[in-house]
Write a protein that binds this ligand. Structure first.
Ligand code: CAA
Length: 249
């Protein structure tokens, strides 16, 4: 039997992340979902559910905002599963405030988890991919990293920064068989959007041409597409999946 390809998904037990894990294990990958130690209960429950479905799935705790923690996660994953072929950088947080009310810690926390994590996590796996001559790096950004959003100077800046990382790294590794792409989801039905004030949610959903938020599975489908071996000539691009909320070419 040929060895399954290995996929590591950060934020893998969250709303979009867990749908990505399911898409990948249903597509035949060995999947490892990363989670914060504080999410232990939900991570264990999610793993139980996946295994009951017959998934080749595992979980690993760590902090994507902490380089040393990522070194540990990288070592543990590669010792247990070998080279990782697919990395999905999905972990992300919001700390929404208007700029005038935003504290330095709101700025730093969001930039650290959403953007510095790309350095911290990707660093652990990219050399394994280039040495093996194959890899797929998929960064989950946001529509708000393309259009900006009232109350999200920190989040919009971090998500826009992901595009720069994607475009630059894509050029460095494509000759070694590694693609690097970004997906920009629109508003998606997860705990993150549920925590928005109801009036703000209504105002935003009213502006979405599709007339509704995305389902996590609709974002996960795009990950499955980019992760596919046949998508090897697509690199350095962003794929928007936002129901028409922000249309650009
Ligand atoms: N554009 C212009 N003005 C706006 C506005 C908008 N979109 N929204 C509110 N305002 C105005 C209000 O009318 C109010 O005006 P007045 O002072 O004249 O009455 C003022 O701005 C309110 O400013 P405050 O600083 O007092 O803001 P607040 O404390 O009431 O709330 C907020 C600010 C917490 C950021 C709130 O607006 C909010 O939660 N916004 C949602 C931000 C958002 O979209 N988050 C997405 C989360 S999900 C996600 O991020 C996933 C993803 O990738 C899509």
């Amino acid at each position: 039997m040929t060895k399954k390809m290995v996929a590591f998904v950060t934020g893998g037990v969250g709303g979009i992340g867990s749908a990505i894990c399911r898409e990948l294990f249903q597509n035949g990958y060995q999947v490892i979902a990363g989670y914060l130690p504080a999410e232990e209960d939900v991570a264990q429950a999610t793993l139980k559910e996946w295994r009951a479905e017959g998934a080749d799935a595992d979980i690993i705790s760590g902090d994507v905002g902490n380089f040393a923690s990522c070194v540990e996660m990288g070592k543990t994953i590669q010792q247990k599963f070998g080279v990782v072929q697919v990395l999905v950088n999905c972990a992300g947080i919001t700390k929404d405030r208007t700029f005038k009310k935003m504290a330095e810690e709101d700025w730093n926390a969001v930039l650290n988890v959403n953007l510095n994590s790309l350095f911290n996590v990707t660093k652990q796996f990219v050399n394994g991919m280039t040495d093996a001559g194959y890899g797929r790096i998929i960064n989950i950004s946001s529509v708000n990293g393309k259009k900006g959003q009232f109350g999200q100077t920190n989040y919009s800046a971090s998500k826009a920064g992901m595009h720069g990382f994607t475009m630059a790294l894509a050029q460095e590794v494509v000759r070694k068989g590694v693609t690097v792409n970004t997906i920009s989801p629109g508003y998606t039905e997860t705990l993150m959007t549920k925590s928005m004030p109801a009036d703000v949610t209504k105002q935003i959903v009213d502006q979405i041409p599709a007339g509704r938020m995305a389902l996590p599975e609709e974002i996960a489908y795009v990950v499955g597409f980019l992760a596919n071996e046949r998508a090897g000539y697509i690199t350095g691009v962003n794929i928007s999946c936002n129901g028409g909320l922000f249309i650009s070419f």
